[in-house]
Design a protein around this ligand. Sequence first.
Ligand code: FPP
Length: 261
Amino acid sequence: MQSKTAVIDFTMQSDKTEGLHVAIVMDGNGRWATRRGLPRVAGHRAGVAALRRVVERAPDLEIATLTVYAFSSDNWRRPRHEVQGIFWLMRVYLRLELGKLCQRGVRLQFIGRRDRLPLALLLDLAQAESATAHGAGLHLRVAVDYSSRDSIAEAAASAVNRLSLDLPVCTQLMRRALTEALTSEAGDVDLLIRTGGEKRLSDFLLWETAYAELHFVDRLWPDFDAADLDAALAEFSRRERRFGAVPRAMHTPIPSLGGAQ
Ligand code: FPP
């Protein structure tokens, strides 16, 4: 049963006009399975069901962009059969859900490295992106073979490339080029949720979470449901976001600077 959390007024909580950007570290699949005496991949399969629930609920909560951490570049260190199991589940999810995602106007995008993924998966990811490219509803970004440090290093390299014209590489130009390379269309994260009780970012969206509100929950990802998402958004709506400024009540306009700021 879904809870009746009121839709939040995101305009008070975000500098965006089109809805919130929520990011999720879907942690706890392995423990969920182990506690049940099941192989870890069974936890990932239950994790896919949780993802489906969250994707269905997100548009009701003014979430315009949802970025989920499905496979980090460090996850290659896991046993081969677990890695293959996760990739297989992604392909099954796309096979089973693509039609529904298109109908609901979900736009799928995969972020992360593409050069190390198995060809069959790569083709499915590309096909899903092109099939949903015109979706005007939820922008669902799935991080696969993703490392935030890698993407920052990559952006720095591409900024250097762009500036190695004849110009002397001036610091300000470099800063601007780097910032542009790092700022995706999805923009900054407003709220980052991590399930499974750990309190860390694990190399996920380090640039984009500069001012994100962080929400850590003990619940394991396969148990996470629409009511948990509602609760996270409700708590987020009570946070005061100041972006380095002062609380609203303390904000005194400076007349000599033209009145209200
Ligand atoms: C972290 O839990 C979870 C992952 C590394 C994989 C998440 C993958 C999915 C939910 C499937 C992705 C599928 C699609 C369609 C995007 P863990 O295994 O680290 O859990 P633990 O901390 O309990 O061991």
